[in-house]
Design a protein around this ligand. Structure first.
Ligand SMILES: [Zn+2]
Length: 231
């Protein structure tokens, strides 16, 4: 299995990255975790839009879901089949108004078979938001403040893909992890690699990295568009 970061900007696209989007590939299946603002452009570097097999949407905020509209347009021209989308009960409008293009399933906690991929979903603390675990390989926090559900989902994962939406010095964040929170989550989970994502354009990302790495207890890197690794 392979992870490719298609977009890793938080809250709004940045000069070097689109909003959140992560491509999980096996030799015969392509799953997207989120499709945030601007991500349908760089997505085409890594996979044909018509070859995407499913999308798990963490939540309906535009930095995680806005480019579903563009993916629909790109798939429509190739007459690609309806795309399965698993997501929150408050699905984005485009999923409700174009029912021929999608098959939608409302996310539920627990195990989920997505093609050949075994995923596990947990509801985390950011409105209705779902974090995703892929086997023992990957845990993607989506957007959430620290919570027991996230701790449980991340336990013993190999790669922790965790948002870092601020600094500890700014105080506890509502609905988001600080870089320090991401590092402490990595330490509690026993992750072997921490990848910081949801990097807001107005933050100094090197400083986020330093804050998380100090407490993570494992190698820590910044996500960037095009980062790819075997899981
Ligand atoms: Zn977000």
């Amino acid at each position: 299995m392979q992870l490719t970061v298609v977009g890793c900007a938080g809250s709004a696209p940045g000069p070097e990255s689109a909003g959140s989007c992560y491509l999980i590939e096996t030799d015969r299946y392509r799953l997207l975790l989120d499709l945030g603002a601007g991500a349908s452009g760089p997505l085409q570097r890594y996979v044909s839009p018509s070859a995407v097999d499913a999308v798990i949407l963490s939540h309906s905020h535009s930095d995680h879901s806005a480019d579903l509209t563009q993916l629909w347009r790109l798939r429509e021209v190739t007459q690609a089949p309806a795309l399965p989308v698993i997501g929150p009960s408050d699905m984005p409008e485009v999923l409700r108004t174009n029912p021929d293009c999608w098959t939608t399933s409302v996310a539920e906690p627990g195990q989920l078979e997505v093609g050949p991929i075994t995923a596990r979903l947990a509801r985390v603390k950011h409105g209705e938001c779902w974090a995703t675990r892929i086997g023992d390989a990957l845990c993607y926090t989506a957007d959430s403040e620290p919570c027991a559900a996230l701790d449980e989902l991340a336990r013993s994962c190999r790669v922790l893909l965790a948002e870092a939406s601020g600094f500890d010095a700014d105080g506890p964040m509502t609905g988001h992890l600080t870089a320090g929170d991401a590092g402490r989550l990595a330490a509690r989970s026993g992750a072997r690699l921490l990848v910081l994502t949801h990097l807001r354009p107005w933050h100094n990302h090197r400083d986020l990295l330093m804050e998380a790495a100090e407490v993570a207890g494992c190698p820590t890197i910044l996500a960037q568009q095009g980062l790819s690794m075997a899981l």
